[in-house]
Design a protein around this ligand. Sequence first.
Ligand code: IDP
Ligand code: MG
Length: 140
Amino acid sequence: MAVTRTFSIIKPDATRRNLTGKINAMLEDAGLRIVAQKRIHMTADQAGKFYEVHKERPFYQDLITFMTSGPVVVQVLEGEDAVKTNRDVMGATNPADAAEGTIRKAFAENIEANSVHGSDSDENAAIEIAFFFSGTEIVG
Ligand code: IDP
Ligand code: MG
């Protein structure tokens, strides 16, 4: 397995409850290195574009409202097979289905306010990283 990168977001439900450090510790304990990180308040335009793939889903507007409801922490994570390593430590989308030891099992409030985002493929990771970070902001 190669060392790769993925894109992560600590969502507004988690920043509101001051969980950034606890989530970062779980990411690092899973073998991921935070090589870029910034706290931002997404605009509706940014959130709409970021989740454009879901625009036909019934929860799309609610998701944009949620993702712009408070600050988020956007991150680039690096590690062995980073996309899968991160998806594994995140847990299932719905916390009711998330395994013990995962971030969503520990912290998610519900299927929408589920504390973290993680890219689902290397291809999407590259697109999502470029959406929020310039090359010089990533220090491996
Ligand atoms: P993922 O975050 O586990 O990759 P996706 O299916 O890509 O899950 O959905 C993106 C985000 O949309 C989820 O993380 C969650 O915040 C929200 N979401 C997904 N499914 C639902 C739903 O059925 N109701 C409300 N929000 C949802
Ligand atoms: Mg997804």
